[in-house]
Structure formats: C-alpha cells, structure tokens
Design a protein around this ligand. Sequence first.
Ligand SMILES: NC(=O)c1ccc[n+]([C@@H]2O[C@H](COP(=O)([O-])OP(=O)(O)OC[C@H]3O[C@@H](n4cnc5c(N)ncnc54)[C@H](O)[C@@H]3O)[C@@H](O)[C@H]2O)c1
Length: 363
Amino acid sequence: MIAMTDRIGFGLLGTGLVAPFHAKSLLNSEKGALIAAAEVSPERLGKFTGEFGCAGYASLEAMLEDPAIQVVNILTPNHLHYDAVVQCAAAGKHMLVEKPPAMSLREVDAMTALCARAGVKIGVVLQCRVRKPIQAMKRALAAGRFGRILHADAYMKWFRAESYYHMDAWRSSRRSGAGVTIQHAFHYIDLLQYLMGPVTQVLARMSNLAHPSVELEDTLLAMVDFQNGAQGIVEASTALWPGTDIRIEVNGTDGTAIMVGERMATWTFTDERPEDDEIRTYGSASVSTGATGPADFAFFDHQTVIEDMVDAIRDDRDPVIPLTSVRPTLEWALAMYQSAKAGGTVALPVLDEEAIWETAAAT
Ligand SMILES: NC(=O)c1ccc[n+]([C@@H]2O[C@H](COP(=O)([O-])OP(=O)(O)OC[C@H]3O[C@@H](n4cnc5c(N)ncnc54)[C@H](O)[C@@H]3O)[C@@H](O)[C@H]2O)c1
C-alpha cells in the first residue's frame, strides 16, 4: 500500500457530469489522490464532497491556496477553460484540461505560452487516444504496415435526447462550446488527427436533424484531405436513436483496421505478424463508450490519463496528450465550422477564427 503522502494531490474544478469519472479514477489510483473540488453551485459541491470524501471550495481561487494540490483538473464548460488555465498557471499548478481545451487557437497558443513560462505541465483529457486499438493503429502506421494510406474515417452515430441540451445552459450555447462538432465529435476528430497527421482541406455540412429547441448542429458530415495523401469522412450525430458504437477506420493498400467502441473489430494486413492474434482481442464489446447517454462510459481511460500526469511530473516529461498536440484538432474543427457556414471547401490554416462563434453554422 502506497502512503497518501507519496501520491500527487489533485483538485477538481467543477463537479458536474464528468467530475465523477475523475474522482473514481483518483480513488482507484495508487498514484494520484483526490484532495478537493471547487464548484460554484453549493448544492453540487455538497453532494460531490459527500459522495467522494474530499474537501470542498467555493471558488478556484480558494482551492489554489491548498498546498496539497499539485494538479488541477479543469472540468468546467468549454468556454471557461481558458480563464481557469490562466489562474492555475499563475498559481504554479499543473493541469489536465477536459476537451476541447479552449474555444480558439489564440487561446490555445496563449495557454501553451503561459504554462511554459510558469514551468507547469498541461495535458488534455482526450482519453480515447490511450485505447489499446488506437495505440496499435498508431504503431502500425509508424511501421508502414498499411502501405499507402487511402482512407481514414470516423463514424459517431449517437443519440442524445432533447432534454440533454437543457440540463445546463452551456449545452445549448454555441459560444459556450456546444454543438456536435466541437463537443461530442471532438474525441474522434482528434483520433483521426492523432493517427493521420495534418489536414490540408475540408468540406463540411452541418444540420440539425432532431433537436428543434436548440440552434446548434446535431449532425456533421465532412470530407477531408490529409497531408499524407489519404482522404476521409467524419460523420457525427446525436440525432440517431438509439445510438450505436463509434467506428474509427483506417484503410491502406496493405491493411485495414477498424475500432468499434473500444474494441478492435478488424485488424488485417498483407504481412500477418505473430502479435496480430493478440491485437485482435483488444477491448470489449460490453464496455459502453457514450453512444446512448452522456454518462454512459467507463472511467478507466480517464484513470490512464490522470496516472500518466503523475508519471509526467515525476519524470519531468510531457503528459501523454500535451496541449500542443491538440491544437491541430481544434484547427480542423474550426475549419469545419467555417466550411459549413461558407458552403464550400476550406483550406487550412484557419484564418479569421474570431468570427466562427458569432453566428450559428447550422440550420
Ligand atoms: N472526456 C470526456 O469523455 C468528457 C465527457 C463529458 C464532458 N467532458 C468535458 O468536461 C467539461 C465539463 O462537462 P460536464 O458535462 O461535466 O459539464 P457540467 O455542466 O455537468 O459541469 C460543469 C460544472 O462546472 C461548474 N462551474 C462552472 N463555472 C465554474 C467556476 N468558475 N468555478 C467552479 N465551478 C464552475 C458548474 O456549476 C458545473 O457543475 C466540458 O469541457 C466537457 O466537454 C468530457
């Protein structure tokens, strides 16, 4: 048994929907300790500290005074991440920020510079990257096993009831970071970016198919060109009842890999190798990955990302998902909003990003 004092202390900012996943990860961990949570809603804070047995603070400022906290996990609505990062960096705390890390490239660049100046680490909670099938695909791509890469696609056919968008005010506010592209599909756009590298251009269409009470896109269709010569599709929706497992597909001249949910569904190469049989067993069909509801997923990927931050601090290295590695994902997502609004193909880099959140991209 590792003593509490050997663990790295974590404080959670925000005790809403995702916070229990962080709390359970820490309570289940021998590396990190849940010290406290900070929350503006006294009711939510009281319920959370009672359930998870940690200290409670009414503000981030108060929590930052706690010397036992070395890492702050930023679990507030998307548009509030930036201000929290500024405060945490000034207080010398390391950070794990939930996805999307911020609402603009300008904010991401400022966050990166602030953290470097303060000498603190900042990682992003895009926990799907650490899934074993994705890591296997990444290794196979690096080893050239796919041959010439032809296609890389993400399919997210999910369902969220109309009531989901009214649980909290920010969930129906474009300026707060709501919308299927920047909110839900961000994980899978990120997986394609992580696996395939830079995007050169994108053609996107956004629509609202089944949530008439909100002015947001609940559905994204996009065609993308990657710098490596491959093309791809992103299809993402929260309108498709009852919601089915996501699919990430990579096809090359010499191989095909498909992750469904969190399991390796297809893993076939012209050069079959001894390790391939084991890789085909990765993941489980019985683990939920968010298709049917906002809290319908397991916490162990969060735990991996959180424990990696402990190791990153101890080894003085970058976290597994550094903020800088997510900048291209945000840029691609922003380009899709620009494309949907303009009704045509948008080439990267993204210019005029300030205008993106001014008007709705979907009708
Ligand atoms: N990685 C994942 O799989 C995953 C899943 C769900 C949500 N998220 C992300 O987590 C973040 C939070 O999402 P959520 O669904 O938990 O939202 P939520 O609205 O349920 O919770 C956010 C909480 O932050 C609190 N809050 C707001 N401003 C605050 C402040 N200044 N100080 C302290 N507390 C404050 C709110 O009162 C609320 O309780 C979002 O960025 C979202 O995209 C990630």
